[in-house]
Design a protein around this ligand. Structure first.
Ligand code: ADP
Length: 323
Protein backbone atom coordinates (compact mmCIF):
# COMPACT_ATOMS: atom_id res chain seq x y z
CA UNK A 1 0.00 0.00 0.00
CA UNK A 2 1.62 3.24 -1.18
CA UNK A 3 -1.30 5.66 -1.23
CA UNK A 4 -3.91 5.98 1.49
CA UNK A 5 -6.88 8.15 2.37
CA UNK A 6 -8.21 9.32 5.71
CA UNK A 7 -11.74 10.45 6.59
CA UNK A 8 -13.86 11.25 9.63
CA UNK A 9 -17.45 9.99 9.63
CA UNK A 10 -20.57 10.04 11.81
CA UNK A 11 -20.56 12.21 14.95
CA UNK A 12 -17.51 14.38 15.57
CA UNK A 13 -15.42 14.10 18.70
CA UNK A 14 -12.51 16.01 20.23
CA UNK A 15 -9.25 14.33 19.27
CA UNK A 16 -10.25 13.49 15.71
CA UNK A 17 -7.83 16.18 14.50
CA UNK A 18 -5.03 14.66 16.53
CA UNK A 19 -5.94 11.37 14.83
CA UNK A 20 -5.85 12.90 11.34
CA UNK A 21 -2.47 14.44 12.14
CA UNK A 22 -1.12 11.10 13.34
CA UNK A 23 -2.31 9.28 10.22
CA UNK A 24 -0.96 11.88 7.80
CA UNK A 25 2.42 12.23 9.47
CA UNK A 26 2.93 8.49 10.05
CA UNK A 27 2.13 7.81 6.42
CA UNK A 28 4.48 10.56 5.24
CA UNK A 29 7.16 9.17 7.54
CA UNK A 30 6.90 5.91 5.59
CA UNK A 31 7.06 7.74 2.27
CA UNK A 32 3.40 7.19 1.45
CA UNK A 33 1.09 9.57 -0.35
CA UNK A 34 -1.94 10.64 1.74
CA UNK A 35 -5.28 12.10 0.74
CA UNK A 36 -7.77 13.74 3.06
CA UNK A 37 -11.39 12.97 2.23
CA UNK A 38 -13.76 15.72 3.36
CA UNK A 39 -17.25 15.16 4.81
CA UNK A 40 -16.96 11.42 5.35
CA UNK A 41 -18.55 9.07 2.83
CA UNK A 42 -20.49 11.96 1.28
CA UNK A 43 -17.26 13.67 0.25
CA UNK A 44 -15.86 10.34 -0.87
CA UNK A 45 -18.74 9.84 -3.31
CA UNK A 46 -18.51 13.44 -4.51
CA UNK A 47 -14.73 13.31 -4.92
CA UNK A 48 -14.06 15.98 -2.29
CA UNK A 49 -10.55 14.60 -1.87
CA UNK A 50 -7.32 16.56 -1.40
CA UNK A 51 -3.65 15.55 -1.07
CA UNK A 52 -2.30 16.18 2.43
CA UNK A 53 1.22 16.63 3.69
CA UNK A 54 2.78 17.13 7.12
CA UNK A 55 2.25 20.93 7.01
CA UNK A 56 -1.47 20.57 6.31
CA UNK A 57 -1.96 19.06 9.76
CA UNK A 58 0.12 21.63 11.65
CA UNK A 59 -1.56 23.50 14.52
CA UNK A 60 -4.56 21.16 14.77
CA UNK A 61 -3.55 18.83 17.60
CA UNK A 62 -5.23 21.09 20.14
CA UNK A 63 -8.41 21.77 18.16
CA UNK A 64 -11.75 20.04 18.76
CA UNK A 65 -14.02 18.92 15.89
CA UNK A 66 -12.48 17.70 12.65
CA UNK A 67 -10.76 19.78 9.96
CA UNK A 68 -11.92 17.21 7.40
CA UNK A 69 -15.48 17.77 8.60
CA UNK A 70 -17.88 14.88 8.91
CA UNK A 71 -21.23 13.76 7.55
CA UNK A 72 -23.87 11.11 7.51
CA UNK A 73 -24.42 9.74 4.02
CA UNK A 74 -27.53 7.88 2.89
CA UNK A 75 -26.09 6.87 -0.49
CA UNK A 76 -23.34 4.89 1.17
CA UNK A 77 -25.92 2.40 2.47
CA UNK A 78 -26.49 1.43 -1.18
CA UNK A 79 -24.07 -0.62 -3.33
CA UNK A 80 -24.25 2.05 -6.05
CA UNK A 81 -23.03 4.74 -3.62
CA UNK A 82 -20.14 2.57 -2.49
CA UNK A 83 -19.21 1.80 -6.11
CA UNK A 84 -18.93 5.52 -6.86
CA UNK A 85 -16.87 5.96 -3.68
CA UNK A 86 -14.52 3.13 -4.65
CA UNK A 87 -14.08 4.59 -8.14
CA UNK A 88 -13.09 7.94 -6.62
CA UNK A 89 -10.39 6.16 -4.64
CA UNK A 90 -9.12 3.99 -7.48
CA UNK A 91 -8.93 6.99 -9.80
CA UNK A 92 -6.35 8.47 -7.43
CA UNK A 93 -4.55 5.20 -6.75
CA UNK A 94 -5.78 5.10 -3.14
CA UNK A 95 -5.53 1.49 -1.97
CA UNK A 96 -6.10 1.90 1.75
CA UNK A 97 -8.43 3.95 3.89
CA UNK A 98 -8.36 5.00 7.54
CA UNK A 99 -11.89 5.61 8.82
CA UNK A 100 -12.17 7.60 12.03
CA UNK A 101 -15.69 7.19 13.42
CA UNK A 102 -18.09 4.82 15.11
CA UNK A 103 -19.53 1.38 14.41
CA UNK A 104 -21.82 2.70 11.64
CA UNK A 105 -18.79 4.03 9.79
CA UNK A 106 -17.08 0.62 10.15
CA UNK A 107 -20.09 -1.12 8.61
CA UNK A 108 -19.68 1.16 5.62
CA UNK A 109 -15.95 0.45 5.51
CA UNK A 110 -16.53 -3.28 5.72
CA UNK A 111 -18.92 -3.15 2.75
CA UNK A 112 -16.45 -1.03 0.76
CA UNK A 113 -13.75 -3.57 1.44
CA UNK A 114 -15.73 -6.68 0.61
CA UNK A 115 -17.24 -5.24 -2.56
CA UNK A 116 -14.25 -3.36 -3.95
CA UNK A 117 -11.14 -4.61 -2.19
CA UNK A 118 -10.22 -1.27 -0.61
CA UNK A 119 -8.17 -2.00 2.50
CA UNK A 120 -9.85 -0.35 5.49
CA UNK A 121 -8.70 0.25 9.06
CA UNK A 122 -10.87 1.98 11.67
CA UNK A 123 -10.07 4.34 14.53
CA UNK A 124 -12.74 4.73 17.24
CA UNK A 125 -13.86 8.37 17.45
CA UNK A 126 -16.89 9.16 19.59
CA UNK A 127 -17.46 10.82 22.95
CA UNK A 128 -19.82 8.07 24.11
CA UNK A 129 -17.24 5.30 24.54
CA UNK A 130 -19.85 2.97 23.04
CA UNK A 131 -17.66 0.99 20.68
CA UNK A 132 -16.64 -2.57 21.47
CA UNK A 133 -13.07 -3.72 20.82
CA UNK A 134 -11.45 -0.86 22.73
CA UNK A 135 -11.36 0.25 26.35
CA UNK A 136 -11.61 3.89 25.31
CA UNK A 137 -12.67 5.89 22.27
CA UNK A 138 -11.08 9.13 21.10
CA UNK A 139 -13.08 12.02 22.59
CA UNK A 140 -14.52 10.28 25.61
CA UNK A 141 -12.00 11.65 28.09
CA UNK A 142 -12.50 15.22 26.86
CA UNK A 143 -16.30 14.95 27.09
CA UNK A 144 -15.98 13.41 30.54
CA UNK A 145 -13.86 16.31 31.73
CA UNK A 146 -16.30 18.84 30.29
CA UNK A 147 -19.14 17.12 32.18
CA UNK A 148 -17.01 17.05 35.32
CA UNK A 149 -16.26 20.75 35.06
CA UNK A 150 -20.02 21.46 34.85
CA UNK A 151 -20.69 19.23 37.87
CA UNK A 152 -18.01 21.01 39.91
CA UNK A 153 -19.55 24.39 39.10
CA UNK A 154 -23.08 23.22 39.91
CA UNK A 155 -21.88 21.75 43.18
CA UNK A 156 -20.65 25.18 44.28
CA UNK A 157 -24.08 26.70 43.85
CA UNK A 158 -25.92 23.60 45.12
CA UNK A 159 -23.97 23.82 48.39
CA UNK A 160 -24.57 27.52 48.76
CA UNK A 161 -28.34 27.15 48.46
CA UNK A 162 -29.08 23.71 49.96
CA UNK A 163 -30.41 22.50 46.66
CA UNK A 164 -30.69 19.38 44.64
CA UNK A 165 -29.03 19.59 41.24
CA UNK A 166 -29.71 17.20 38.40
CA UNK A 167 -27.13 17.16 35.64
CA UNK A 168 -28.03 15.43 32.39
CA UNK A 169 -24.97 14.29 30.47
CA UNK A 170 -24.60 12.66 27.06
CA UNK A 171 -24.86 8.91 26.61
CA UNK A 172 -27.78 7.54 24.63
CA UNK A 173 -26.65 3.96 24.65
CA UNK A 174 -24.47 3.81 27.73
CA UNK A 175 -23.66 5.51 30.98
CA UNK A 176 -19.91 5.92 30.68
CA UNK A 177 -19.80 9.72 30.82
CA UNK A 178 -22.46 9.68 33.55
CA UNK A 179 -20.79 7.07 35.75
CA UNK A 180 -17.25 8.42 35.41
CA UNK A 181 -18.25 12.06 35.91
CA UNK A 182 -20.42 11.10 38.89
CA UNK A 183 -17.54 9.26 40.57
CA UNK A 184 -15.03 12.01 39.80
CA UNK A 185 -17.47 14.74 40.78
CA UNK A 186 -18.53 13.11 44.05
CA UNK A 187 -22.18 12.98 43.01
CA UNK A 188 -24.82 11.56 45.31
CA UNK A 189 -26.48 9.35 42.74
CA UNK A 190 -26.13 8.35 39.11
CA UNK A 191 -28.72 7.02 36.67
CA UNK A 192 -27.47 5.03 33.67
CA UNK A 193 -29.14 2.96 30.94
CA UNK A 194 -27.27 -0.21 31.97
CA UNK A 195 -29.11 -0.54 35.25
CA UNK A 196 -32.82 -0.26 35.89
CA UNK A 197 -33.61 3.05 37.55
CA UNK A 198 -35.80 2.92 40.62
CA UNK A 199 -37.28 6.27 41.58
CA UNK A 200 -38.15 4.71 44.94
CA UNK A 201 -34.49 3.92 45.59
CA UNK A 202 -33.47 7.41 44.61
CA UNK A 203 -36.08 8.98 46.90
CA UNK A 204 -34.99 6.74 49.77
CA UNK A 205 -31.34 7.48 49.16
CA UNK A 206 -31.97 11.25 49.15
CA UNK A 207 -34.10 11.10 52.28
CA UNK A 208 -31.38 9.07 54.01
CA UNK A 209 -28.73 11.52 52.86
CA UNK A 210 -30.82 14.31 54.34
CA UNK A 211 -31.07 12.42 57.62
CA UNK A 212 -27.26 12.07 57.60
CA UNK A 213 -26.99 15.84 57.39
CA UNK A 214 -26.58 16.34 53.64
CA UNK A 215 -28.46 19.39 52.53
CA UNK A 216 -27.43 19.49 48.91
CA UNK A 217 -26.78 16.80 46.36
CA UNK A 218 -25.81 16.37 42.76
CA UNK A 219 -27.51 13.64 40.74
CA UNK A 220 -26.06 12.71 37.36
CA UNK A 221 -28.43 11.35 34.71
CA UNK A 222 -27.34 9.79 31.39
CA UNK A 223 -29.59 11.15 28.61
CA UNK A 224 -30.46 7.60 27.56
CA UNK A 225 -31.65 6.42 30.96
CA UNK A 226 -34.68 4.19 30.49
CA UNK A 227 -36.66 6.01 33.19
CA UNK A 228 -36.67 9.22 31.16
CA UNK A 229 -34.70 12.44 31.02
CA UNK A 230 -33.47 14.38 34.03
CA UNK A 231 -36.47 16.73 34.12
CA UNK A 232 -38.96 13.83 34.19
CA UNK A 233 -37.11 12.01 36.95
CA UNK A 234 -36.59 15.17 38.98
CA UNK A 235 -40.31 15.90 38.96
CA UNK A 236 -41.20 12.41 40.18
CA UNK A 237 -38.62 12.60 42.95
CA UNK A 238 -39.70 16.06 44.13
CA UNK A 239 -43.21 14.78 44.72
CA UNK A 240 -41.92 12.19 47.17
CA UNK A 241 -38.63 13.28 48.72
CA UNK A 242 -37.85 15.83 51.42
CA UNK A 243 -36.02 17.93 48.83
CA UNK A 244 -38.65 20.10 47.15
CA UNK A 245 -36.32 22.61 45.53
CA UNK A 246 -34.32 21.40 42.58
CA UNK A 247 -32.67 22.55 39.37
CA UNK A 248 -32.03 20.62 36.18
CA UNK A 249 -29.08 21.32 33.89
CA UNK A 250 -28.69 19.66 30.51
CA UNK A 251 -25.09 20.06 29.36
CA UNK A 252 -25.84 18.89 25.82
CA UNK A 253 -23.56 19.62 22.91
CA UNK A 254 -21.01 21.51 24.99
CA UNK A 255 -19.69 18.00 25.64
CA UNK A 256 -18.94 17.47 21.96
CA UNK A 257 -16.55 20.38 21.58
CA UNK A 258 -13.45 21.82 23.12
CA UNK A 259 -9.75 21.24 23.05
CA UNK A 260 -8.98 17.53 23.51
CA UNK A 261 -7.37 16.37 26.74
CA UNK A 262 -3.84 14.97 26.82
CA UNK A 263 -5.36 11.49 27.14
CA UNK A 264 -7.39 11.84 23.95
CA UNK A 265 -4.51 13.35 21.99
CA UNK A 266 -2.14 10.57 23.01
CA UNK A 267 -4.76 7.91 22.30
CA UNK A 268 -5.38 9.41 18.84
CA UNK A 269 -1.62 9.55 18.17
CA UNK A 270 -1.08 5.91 19.13
CA UNK A 271 -4.07 4.61 17.21
CA UNK A 272 -3.29 6.73 14.14
CA UNK A 273 0.24 5.40 13.93
CA UNK A 274 -0.98 1.83 14.39
CA UNK A 275 -3.65 2.26 11.70
CA UNK A 276 -1.01 3.28 9.15
CA UNK A 277 1.27 0.41 10.17
CA UNK A 278 -1.64 -2.00 9.76
CA UNK A 279 -2.20 -0.81 6.18
CA UNK A 280 1.53 -1.18 5.45
CA UNK A 281 1.30 -4.75 6.76
CA UNK A 282 -1.54 -5.32 4.27
CA UNK A 283 -4.15 -5.70 6.99
CA UNK A 284 -7.79 -4.79 6.46
CA UNK A 285 -11.21 -5.11 8.10
CA UNK A 286 -9.81 -4.18 11.51
CA UNK A 287 -10.22 -1.38 14.01
CA UNK A 288 -7.50 -0.05 16.26
CA UNK A 289 -8.14 0.11 19.97
CA UNK A 290 -6.59 -0.05 23.41
CA UNK A 291 -6.76 -3.05 25.68
CA UNK A 292 -5.21 -2.18 29.02
CA UNK A 293 -1.88 -0.61 28.08
CA UNK A 294 -1.68 -2.17 24.65
CA UNK A 295 -2.70 -0.90 21.25
CA UNK A 296 -4.63 -3.69 19.56
CA UNK A 297 -6.30 -4.52 16.25
CA UNK A 298 -9.72 -6.12 16.38
CA UNK A 299 -12.22 -7.16 13.70
CA UNK A 300 -14.72 -4.43 12.79
CA UNK A 301 -17.50 -6.70 14.07
CA UNK A 302 -16.17 -6.33 17.63
CA UNK A 303 -17.38 -2.73 17.44
CA UNK A 304 -21.03 -3.80 17.37
CA UNK A 305 -20.90 -7.36 18.68
CA UNK A 306 -19.01 -6.58 21.87
CA UNK A 307 -20.63 -3.50 23.30
CA UNK A 308 -18.18 -1.82 25.61
CA UNK A 309 -19.49 -2.16 29.14
CA UNK A 310 -18.45 -0.57 32.32
CA UNK A 311 -17.55 -2.70 35.25
CA UNK A 312 -20.47 -3.07 37.73
CA UNK A 313 -17.86 -2.38 40.42
CA UNK A 314 -18.12 1.30 39.46
CA UNK A 315 -21.73 1.39 40.65
CA UNK A 316 -20.68 -0.05 43.99
CA UNK A 317 -17.80 2.39 44.32
CA UNK A 318 -20.21 5.23 43.65
CA UNK A 319 -22.66 4.04 46.28
CA UNK A 320 -20.06 3.47 49.00
CA UNK A 321 -18.40 6.85 48.53
CA UNK A 322 -21.67 8.79 48.48
CA UNK A 323 -22.07 8.10 52.22
P1 ADP B 1 -21.03 6.34 13.60
O1 ADP B 1 -19.92 5.96 12.68
O2 ADP B 1 -20.62 7.45 14.52
O3 ADP B 1 -21.64 5.14 14.27
P2 ADP B 1 -23.34 6.53 11.80
O4 ADP B 1 -23.99 5.32 12.35
O5 ADP B 1 -24.17 7.74 11.54
O6 ADP B 1 -22.14 7.06 12.70
O7 ADP B 1 -22.63 6.10 10.42
C1 ADP B 1 -21.92 7.04 9.64
C2 ADP B 1 -22.09 6.74 8.18
O8 ADP B 1 -21.57 5.44 7.88
C3 ADP B 1 -23.52 6.68 7.71
O9 ADP B 1 -24.08 7.94 7.45
C4 ADP B 1 -23.37 5.87 6.42
O10 ADP B 1 -22.90 6.66 5.37
C5 ADP B 1 -22.31 4.86 6.82
N1 ADP B 1 -22.94 3.60 7.26
C6 ADP B 1 -23.48 3.33 8.47
N2 ADP B 1 -23.99 2.08 8.51
C7 ADP B 1 -23.78 1.55 7.29
C8 ADP B 1 -24.10 0.29 6.68
N3 ADP B 1 -24.75 -0.67 7.35
N4 ADP B 1 -23.72 0.11 5.39
C9 ADP B 1 -23.07 1.07 4.71
N5 ADP B 1 -22.75 2.27 5.22
C10 ADP B 1 -23.10 2.52 6.48
Amino acid sequence: VKTIGVLTSGGDSPGMNAGIRAVVRSACHHGMQVYGIRRGYQGLIEGDIVPMGPRDVGGIINRGGTILRTARCKEFFEPAGRKTGAEQLMKRGIEGLVVIGGDGSYRGAQALESEHGIKCIGMPGTIDNDIGGTDFTIGFDTALNTALDAIDRLRDTAESHDRLFYVEVMGRRNGFIAMFSAIAGGAEYVLVPETKTSVDDLVESLNNANARGKRSSVIVVAEGDEAGDAATIAKQVAERSVFKEYRVTVIGHLQRGGSPTAFDRILAARLGMRAVQALIEGKTGLMTGVDGRDVVLRPFSDAWERPSRFDPAYAELMQVLAL
